[in-house]
Write a protein that binds this ligand. Sequence first.
Ligand code: MN
Length: 283
Amino acid sequence: MKVGIFDDARIGVVRHNTVHDVTAILDRVPAMRYGIRQGDALIAALPSLQPVMEEMASRAPGVPLAAVALRAPVGHPGKLLGAPLNYQDHVQEAQADPATFAVAQIRRIHELGFFLKAPSSLAGCAEGITLSHTDRRTDHEVELAVVIGRRCRGVARQQAIDVVAGYSIGLDVTLRGSEERSMRKSIDTYSVLGPYLVTADELRDPSNLDLRLEVNGEVRQQGNTRDLIIDVPGLIEFASAWYTLEPGDVIYSGTPAGVGPLKRGDSLLAWVEHVGSMKLSVQ
Ligand code: MN
């Protein structure tokens, strides 16, 4: 199933480029109780609600995807994790350009571990990217984003795919400079997620997916998830050895080579095989 959030917090099931409004499903999502950490309640409930959502979608008229404003498909992520330097070709471009990449931060991902991006930086493709600190360079990073579906800790890689709710396209937008990654990558709209979530039952194997980013029609980044230094199961094993992962947590899995500067007025087209594509603009 492809499920997303559109317009004013409507929930939609996407079929063949149309959206079917299933917002009424929220009546079946357990209410938030203050003081109890449960992660994103809709993502947590997806496995049990999916058959009902499919049925509701079949009865709801479809609206063209292009006619709605797509928001980030996770409403309440507890944390956004980023995998730094997780493609060898991107490691090489970082090493070759110390003026852009902080030298102290070019190390192996096994040593660096994850960085955290503020959940307030999350944006859908309809919002696009609003550049900040425009006197400095801000780069695009297209990535496969993995959305966690179950509360878990200490997950072995053999079981890792079982805790995945689904996949989206992620853009890990990055202000270059000396500050901590977690600060430079947490600016409002610098964590794009979209266009919707493709549930894990529909995308069984994330280990061989092409991904691509075009800026103003020119291909800037092209890669395949088989070239991840730590693959998706490995990332879940690594992250869950340190943190409890909760429904709605998002792992930005890393970006291939070709990162480059964004400027106001750019239009982006991001694509991940079997996930979809999204257009967005830079302001
Ligand atoms: Mn990244």
